[in-house]
Design a protein around this ligand. Structure first.
Ligand code: DC
Length: 239
């Protein structure tokens, strides 16, 4: 059975990464978190004096050092999920922290960096059998992906889920209103930036997961995968 590439895009905090990771595990595909690559570059910038005092990025410096940045993924046998490595160091924890999160948006908006990341993402997926999630996967990275999914949910639902998650991790301070405002800000930023703004690919299937749970959304994705494989096999038979 021929393998395909699966592109999963969508708004932030929509649960697309959870779906992408679990789908990849079930169908035996490689999962690539493209956001982690932008996060790893952001960490590199913080560690190497590429962030200016006013919190903007020194693009010239970054350009000059781009070839020194090596990002790879390695399977973590304990979690069963890939960890992100920056220049051979496991940075999976650090790239999820607040310092990186606060700066990753402007870093991911830099045109020459996106070009390089897209090149690397495409090179990782040449043999197919990849589930990749992000913002521009169906539109730029895999314009020919056999299955494209665009995940969305209302800002209020996403904010509620995020607050529940924060409370579970012991955070009692951050309010629902703060989280909602941040989600709306990020939606606006992602959709209106000049470089590869977030938009649905024309041939992507929309999944609004506002009223379904994680298990239901995973089952939906697995069904979509099987349907796509069947369709593909049919096409190949007819040739
Ligand atoms: O999915 P995430 O929150 O880990 O993504 C981190 C940042 O990178 C976020 O600001 C969106 C951006 N991003 C992007 O511009 N293109 C991608 N393919 C993936 C993420």
């Amino acid at each position: 059975m021929g393998k395909i590439n699966i592109a999963i895009d969508g708004v932030s905090s929509s649960g697309k990464s959870t779906m992408a990771k679990d789908l990849a595990k079930i169908i035996g595909y490689i999962y690539i978190d493209s956001g982690a690559m932008y996060r790893a570059v952001t960490l590199y910038c913080l560690r190497n004096g590429i962030v200016k005092d006013d919190k903007t990025i020194d693009e010239e410096k970054l350009k000059a050092q781009l070839s020194n940045i090596d990002i790879i993924f390695k399977l973590n046998v304990e979690t069963g999920r890939p960890d992100t490595y920056l220049n051979r160091q496991n940075v999976e924890g650090e790239i999820r922290g607040m310092e990186v999160s606060a700066l990753v948006s402007p870093v991911s908006a830099i045109g020459f960096l996106r070009k390089e990341m897209v090149k690397q993402q495409q090179a990782m997926s040449l043999n197919k059998g990849v589930v990749m999630d992000g913002r521009d996967i169906g539109t730029v990275v895999f314009p020919d992906a056999e299955l494209k999914i665009f995940v969305t949910a209302s800002p209020e639902i996403r904010a509620k889920r995020r607050v529940d998650e924060l409370r579970m991790r012991g955070n009692k301070e951050t309010t629902y209103e703060e989280v909602l405002e941040n989600i709306k800000y990020r939606d606006h930023h992602d959709q209106n930036r000049k470089e590869s703004p977030l938009r649905k690919a024309e041939d992507a299937i929309v999944l609004d997961n506002s009223t379904i749970n994680i298990e239901q959304q995973l089952q939906w994705a697995v069904d979509m995968y099987h349907k796509t494989i069947e369709k593909n096999n049919g096409k190949n038979r007819d040739r």
